[in-house]
Design a protein around this ligand. Structure first.
Ligand code: PLP
Length: 455
């Protein structure tokens, strides 16, 4: 086993370039090679067991060993392993999944376009919105509003929508017209003494002033995650989304809910927009759509948007957009089975039921000297570590302490994600009370060890 993993590690170091990895540090440290998964656990090539506290990449809702998904994939592989959806071709799983998504998403959403990834889905949103504006004779109405710390992917357009410096720096992004607004994180961006309500009012004023300064006739859409994930798990304050929705309606700006992390139960409701109290014109979903067993994402839009696009495709002779694997039969068959499991086992209800013990358990760490803030909602949470609790001063360099804490957590048998010095948790939706208790205990030990190490 050791020899095999050693040779695998050497081969990885020799031949791979890893996403979101310091390549030189990786050459020194080597990979953690995951060999198998079972339920909420994964096992590395040395046989060490971890609770996957981030559900892989915020995505493996049904856990790591669901035989029904393997069977659904195998059945579809045997029946029709691939067919495309170009030029009017269709396949049953893609049709059924689109129908299911229309049934599950909020009422005004009626039409589905499939892509392989969340990034491609958000690129598709940008292109379809531009196509729509051109079709309507509004060629100036092209800008997107997004937020600092929002995460919408990494392709040229979706990476431009993302509001994280690491995704822009030296990649020549943003490369499309996008304006990033203040991140709705009261603890970090509220002024001293500013109440949450005053903070919300300030952000909504800023949004309106930006819209007016840019000219509403140039702004096509507002995109946001109902609760931000990769930016550090940020739950916007009460009234924020309602205010954004009202502004968008006033100035004829489309609302895009990026539900790639929130969708299918993460916040204890089927979609995050339901929990946050707004209705989007376009909803983007991926990750928990297939529990990441297959790459798949979906853009779900209103009939009004569809109608403009449909008419324009009629005028031009086609819709000149689509991926080889749009509506891939194996991916959509797995998605369909995965959504059935989420419904049958009431995993959305499970998230809602376990949210209080998960959130309250983690909030018990808020008093530790190293902990600046514990935040979250449903089954997604984060613990932000700071150098100085009173001033909220971050560690310098940012990320070193977070990486150490994540390494301690892994030693304790818990995988979490260090986003700078913020430790994110987003466990599979199948977690039990006992799993939650284990996650909290292991996280507690990791933070205590980090505190000792940082002294
Ligand atoms: N949107 C959100 C909210 C995400 O969290 C992610 C990925 O983490 C994406 C989009 C991009 O998805 P992908 O990595 O599949 O391209």
């Amino acid at each position: 086993m050791t020899k095999l993993s050693n040779s695998l590690a050497a081969a990885d170091i020799a031949h791979s370039l890893h996403p979101y990895t310091n390549a030189r540090a990786h050459e020194r440290n080597g990979p953690i090679i995951m060999a198998r998964g079972a339920g909420v656990h994964v096992y590395d090539s040395e046989g060490k067991e971890y609770i996957e506290g981030l559900a892989g990449l915020w995505s493996v809702a049904v856990g790591f060993s669901e035989p029904r998904l393997a069977e659904a994939a195998a059945r579809q592989m045997a029946e029709l392993p691939f067919y495309h959806t170009f030029a009017g071709k269709a396949n049953e799983p893609a049709i059924r999944l689109a129908e299911k998504l229309v049934e599950m998403t909020p009422d005004p959403l009626t039409r589905v376009f499939f892509t392989n990834s969340g990034s491609e889905a958000n690129d598709t949103v940008v292109k379809l919105v531009w196509f729509m504006m051109n079709a309507q004779g509004r060629p100036k109405k092209k800008k997107f509003l997004s937020r600092h710390k929002g995460y919408h992917g990494i392709t040229v357009a979706s990476g431009s929508l993302t509001g994280l410096p690491v995704n822009h720096r030296d990649f020549d992004l943003p490369a499309i017209p996008v304006v990033h607004l203040t991140c709705p994180h009261h603890w970090r961006f509220g002024h001293p003494g500013e109440s949450e309500a005053a903070f919300t009012a300030r952000l909504l004023r800023e949004a309106e002033e930006t819209i007016l300064a840019e000219d509403p006739d140039t702004i096509a859409a507002f995109i946001g995650e109902p609760v931000m994930g990769a930016g550090g798990v940020i739950v916007p304050p009460e009234g924020y989304w309602e205010g954004i929705e009202a502004l968008c309606r006033r100035y004829d700006i489309l609302i895009v809910a990026d539900e790639v992390i929130n969708g299918f139960g993460r916040l204890g409701t089927t979609f995050g927009c339901e929990r946050m109290g707004f209705t989007p014109d376009i909803l983007v979903t991926s990750k928990q759509l297939t529990s990441s067993y297959m790459p798949l994402a979906a853009v779900v839009m209103t009939e009004a948007i569809y109608d403009v696009i449909a008419d324009h495709s009629d005028k031009l002779g086609t819709l000149g957009h689509g991926f080889t694997a749009s509506g891939h039969p194996v991916a959509t068959a797995v998605g369909l089975e995965n959504l059935k499991i989420i419904e049958e086992r009431d995993l959305v209800g499970n998230a809602a039921r376990l949210a209080p013990s998960f959130q309250n358990g983690l909030r018990a760490f808020a008093d530790l000297p190293l902990v600046g803030e514990v935040r979250g909602m449903g089954l997604i949470a984060a613990i932000e570590l700071v150098a100085d609790k009173a001033t909220k001063r971050s560690f310098d360099p940012l990320g070193r302490v977070g990486a150490r804490a994540a390494a301690f957590a892994a030693e304790e048998g818990l995988i979490c994600r260090a986003l700078g010095d913020t430790l994110a948790l987003c466990p599979p939706l199948i977690v039990t009370d006992a799993d939650i208790a284990r996650i909290i205990a292991r996280m507690g030990r990791a933070i205590t060890r980090t505190g000792d190490w940082a002294k």
